[in-house]
Design a protein around this ligand. Structure first.
Ligand SMILES: Cc1cc2nc3c(=O)[nH]c(=O)nc-3n(C[C@H](O)[C@H](O)[C@H](O)COP(=O)(O)O)c2cc1C
Length: 158
């Protein structure tokens, strides 16, 4: 039997996880959520993975869009991470958020340390989440600054 999820959460909080904002372009509506699960999976080809909860309002739009953007947050962007970790209707989600000028359809958060444009190539059901595996279609590097990590239940620059 697996341990209770809260036990896993407490253990994983002891190690720092980089924080990113995953964004989805669903036509009129743009969705976003803060994630700690974005990982590099492969270099040739360039693949990343991200685990999205079934309960997230971004889950179905991401599945339908088959692609997403990712903004890897900088150490001074804890407020941005907190903003996108609240369940705000997409219509109100973008108020006060500075976006980067880009040819990528997904909104990209200004001031990040890097931005990825990703196309989903695989979906794997993992309990109450879906793991999306995606090709990295383009990368832009942002500020050469500390990144934002989540550790011990707090945001910290690293
Ligand atoms: C540090 C941190 C990391 C998170 N990582 C994930 C994640 O990897 N996958 C996920 O589905 N939710 C993750 N969440 C929770 C979502 O950010 C949150 O449930 C979501 O924004 C709620 O709004 P939604 O229903 O609009 O998605 C994380 C939250 C925090 C604070």
């Amino acid at each position: 039997m697996p341990v209770p999820g809260e036990e896993l959460r407490q253990a994983m909080r002891r190690a720092a996880a980089p924080v990113a904002v995953v964004t989805v372009d669903a036509g009129n509506l743009k969705y976003a959520l803060t994630v700690g699960s974005l990982v590099s999976l492969s270099l040739e080809p360039a693949l990343v993975g991200v685990s999205i909860g079934h309960a997230s309002q971004s889950h179905t739009p991401l599945r339908e869009a088959g692609r997403f953007g990712a903004s890897l947050l900088a150490g001074d962007q804890a407020a941005v991470a907190q903003h996108f970790a609240r369940s705000v209707p997409p219509i109100a989600l973008w108020e006060g958020i500075a976006l980067r000028e880009s040819r990528v359809p997904e909104p990209l958060v200004d001031g990040a340390v890097a931005w990825l444009e990703c196309g989903v190539v695989g979906e794997y059901e993992a309990g109450d989440h879906t793991v999306f595996v995606a090709e990295v279609l383009s990368i832009e590097l942002g500020r050469d600054a500390p990144a934002l990590v989540y550790v011990g239940g707090e945001y910290r620059p690293a």
